[in-house]
Design a protein around this ligand. Structure first.
Ligand code: CP
Ligand code: NVA
Length: 306
């Protein structure tokens, strides 16, 4: 049997993605009701972090503990990976000792190589190219608050970064129309736009882009690893701040999402997260439930369901 991985949203079928987010909502309800559900007793998650994190680390580690399992935090500062041990060798060794692995790193090729040599499922917990776990939580949140996203209009505002690329995959997999409103020169990879032209368009004018939108999402202007571009980017993105008045131009039922951390006064106005249309706390919490559902799905042959 081949090992399944979750490196991008394309690794699962649309039906499997929907199954995972439906299950995530069930796990959310169980967690809120205080139901103890521990299908992972004796199971271990290897957590490789080469970049900083709050949400991803806490959600994976807490999720694993809630499931009765254990998460091992591995940073390059303390492991041989950080001293240049080949990824292939690390993957063989780590995957012989744990049941599942999540990796947050820079180069997407690193998670692909790790997955190739891993005996156990590998989850991409953010690379420079994609952030699929965030999209599971975002889709779960939209479905919980507004129902099916198929046929809806979603506008991505700002940098054509890893989050934007995962939104493009989500548009294809969940059947919504995505408008990307980015400053010239900061659009997502144009090959990606071409490949997904059936569901993605570039609309440089931010006010045009949000008209009639059901969901607006944005992210920081400078991602991790781009700190030295912060000042240039702040100038180039200055027209791309999401404000309450921008949301007023969208559909009356619009929601606003941000993967967080957010920079008030840059990509969002100071008061945006206080607006009831902003659902970022619900979205952030759903990282926990969506990833529990994801791990349960990837390890389904090893566990007993509640
Ligand atoms: N959204 C997200 O991935 O947050 P962290 O960087 O805190 O994990
Ligand atoms: N685009 C951001 C997302 C952080 C969760 C980054 O890569 O830093």
């Amino acid at each position: 049997m081949t090992t399944r991985h979750f490196l991008t949203l394309l690794d699962f079928s649309p039906e499997e993605l929907r199954q995972i987010i439906t299950r995530a909502s069930e796990l959310r309800r169980m967690q809120h009701e205080g139901v103890l559900y521990q299908p992972f007793v004796g199971r271990t998650l290897g957590m490789i972090f080469e970049k900083s994190s709050t949400r991803t680390r806490v959600s994976f580690e807490a999720g694993m503990a809630q499931f009765g399992g254990h998460g091992i935090f591995l940073s390059p500062r303390d492991t041989q990976l950080g001293r240049g041990e080949p990824i292939e060798d690390s993957a063989r060794v780590i995957s012989s000792m744990v049941d599942i692995v999540m990796i947050r790193t820079f180069d997407h090729a690193m998670v692909e190589t790790f997955a190739k040599y891993s005996r156990v499922p590998v989850i991409n917990a953010l690379t420079d190219a994609h952030h699929p776990c965030q999209l599971l939580a975002d889709m779960q949140t939209y479905f919980e608050l507004r129902g099916d996203i198929a046929g809806k209009v979603v506008t991505w505002v700002g940098d054509g970064n890893n989050m934007c690329a995962s939104f493009i995959h989500a548009a294809h997999q969940f059947g919504f129309e995505l408008r990307v409103s980015a400053p010239y020169g900061f659009e997502p990879n144009l090959d990606l736009i071409k490949e997904y032209a059936h569901c993605v368009t570039l609309v440089e004018d931010i006010n045009e882009a949000v008209k009639g939108s059901h969901l607006i999402a944005t992210d920081v202007w400078a991602s991790m690893g781009q700190e030295n571009e912060q000042n240039t980017r702040a100038r180039r993105f200055s027209q791309y701040m999401v404000t309450r008045s921008l949301l007023d131009k969208a559909d009356p039922d619009v929601l606003f999402m941000h993967c967080l951390p957010a920079h008030r006064g840059e990509e969002i106005s100071y008061d945006l997260l206080d607006d009831p249309r902003a659902v970022v706390w619900h979205e952030a919490e759903n990282r926990l439930h969506a990833q529990k559902a994801l791990m349960e799905f990837l390890l389904k042959d090893k566990i007993h369901f509640a």
